[in-house]
Design a protein around this ligand. Structure first.
Ligand SMILES: *[C@@H]1O[C@H](CO)[C@@H](O)[C@H](O)[C@H]1NC(C)=O
Ligand SMILES: *[C@@H]1O[C@H](CO)[C@@H](O)[C@H](O)[C@H]1NC(C)=O
Length: 300
């Protein structure tokens, strides 16, 4: 019977099923109270100062992009393993060409040997869906892109985007649904960033040379400034302190490093299957044109 429903309705129904599962699944639900990481004490601004603002109470942060400049921020601390999370509301309306990057990186420049875990939100023309791209870098090498569509409009409201990172898996979550899992296969030639502590960063920039339909759609500057909004940053993880290997838990806990967090839970696996069936639009592991010989980890 469900087979006759329009796919959009089906999507909504399925969304409800797993949202409900999620409410009862508090395994990873250890979010610190909102606002416990203030911008002033925990972040530095990158880019134009007048392109950053906050709500009067300081809880919501805004990055804006216009023809002259973009903007970004980065944590002062580095972390190695943990649960990293933030709520984002993306640029609405005609945002084609605009990219909001939200990521972890071992280096604040673009060091040639950096490790990186990326969420990138690629804007689109009014009414056309956003694409979310994830990527993993190790030692400066990336090329591990996946692209997903979302099951909601990310410009209408705040949604939570999180990374769970330990020595066994890197999982990218959207509203606690795992959209991508990257596993450590434990082999010597493994492509799994685990050694270098990372900062958390975000930025908004013009990428109309590649982002929308491979660069065909240009940013329409009459709609500037383009603004992305942020709140509720949370790092529940191991804060890195030199000298190596000092590591201090930000919350006194380390559930993110424990056995239960080494793989997806059963209900997360169900959600993951749903994501694979409905939302994946690009997977580098299936791109034989680009990789005549697929990267090693694709055969896990
Ligand atoms: C924008 O919308 C078009 C049409 O729906 C879609 O094909 C494309 O994947 C979307 N995303 C980007 C980044 O262009
Ligand atoms: C840019 O947006 C303006 C205002 O909506 C519109 O009039 C114009 O045609 C757009 N330009 C392009 C190149 O699409």
């Amino acid at each position: 019977m469900a087979m006759h429903l329009p796919s959009r309705i089906l999507l909504l129904l399925t969304a409800c099923v797993f949202t409900c599962t999620y409410i009862s699944n508090a395994a990873t639900d250890n979010a610190a109270p909102s606002g416990s990481f203030s911008f002033k004490d925990n972040f530095d601004l990158t880019g134009a100062e007048d392109h950053f603002s906050t709500s009067p109470d300081g809880q919501v942060w805004y990055l804006s992009l216009d023809k002259k400049a973009g903007c970004g921020f980065q944590t002062r601390d580095r972390y190695r393993f943990g649960w990293f999370s933030m709520k984002l509301k993306l640029v609405g309306g005609d945002s084609a060409g605009v990219v909001t990057a939200y990521y972890m990186c071992s280096d604040l420049g673009a060091a040639p040997d950096r490790d990186e875990l990326d969420f990138e939100f690629l804007g689109n023309r009014t009414g056309e869906p956003y694409t979310i791209q994830t990527n993993v870098y190790k030692g400066g090498v990336g090329n591990r892109e996946m692209r997903h569509q979302l099951w909601f409009d990310p410009t209408e409201d705040f949604h939570t985007y999180s990374i769970l990172w330990n020595n066994h898996q890197i999982a990218f979550f959207v509203d606690r649904v795992p959209i991508r899992v990257y596993k450590n296969n434990g082999k010597p030639n493994n492509f799994f960033p685990s050694d270098k502590p990372m900062y958390m960063l975000s930025s908004i920039w013009n990428a109309d040379d590649w982002a929308t339909r491979g660069g065909l759609e240009k940013t329409n500057w009459t709609h500037a400034p383009f603004v992305s909004s942020y709140k509720d940053f949370n790092a529940d993880g191991c804060k890195w302190e030199d000298p190596y290997p000092k590591c201090v838990s930000t919350t006194g806990e380390n559930w993110w490093d424990q056995y239960e967090a080494w793989a997806l839970t059963d209900s997360q696996q169900e959600d993951s299957k749903w994501v694979w069936r409905n939302l994946v639009i690009y997977d580098y592991c299936k791109d034989y044109e680009r990789f005549p010989k697929l990267p090693e980890e694709c055969n896990l």
